[in-house]
Ligand binder design. Structure first.
Ligand code: HEC
Length: 111
């Protein structure tokens, strides 16, 4: 479908593709839609104390997956990070694990 859109856009000439909300070409009608994606730029707050978690924990899911968890003990967060590494094969450097667990344990303090 993407390739079709490209071809239809070219055939419609230089002005019309961007201005029209629909383009019809060769029996195919393409409609422009506007979609809002979740903000991909969101990082864990906390400045440099969040560096380790920001560098290691955002490849597969957003901060929401982590910040919406209930209050957990340090041991539970440790187990969670280990689970990410072993079960889900998260490429987290061994050396970064303590800083990540520290960050997560402190997160639970205020809850
Ligand atoms: C390789 C991909 C990957 C990386 C990197 C990753 N995770 Fe996950 N994470 C997952 C998957 C898959 C789930 C389960 C998603 C689901 O249940 O829908 C998950 C779920 C979670 C959950 C929700 C509770 C649970 O166990 O399902 C937490 C909390 C979490 N991850 C924390 C982290 C932290 C902290 C890091 C960094 C150390 C991290 N993740 C890095 C893949 C990853």
């Amino acid at each position: 479908m993407l390739a079709l859109g490209f071809v239809a856009g070219l055939n419609a000439g230089p002005t019309s593709a961007a201005e029209k909300s629909t383009v019809t070409e060769g029996g195919v009608t393409l409609h422009s839609v506007s979609t809002k994606f979740p903000d991909p730029g969101r990082l864990f707050p906390g400045g440099s104390s969040a560096d380790a978690i920001n560098n290691n924990c955002l490849a597969c899911h957003s901060i929401g997956m982590v910040l919406t968890q209930p209050k957990m003990s340090r041991a539970a967060w440790q187990a969670e990070v280990i689970k990410m590494r072993t079960t889900y094969k998260a490429p987290v450097a061994e050396a970064d694990v303590p800083a990540i667990v520290d960050y997560l344990a402190n997160l639970s303090v205020g809850k």
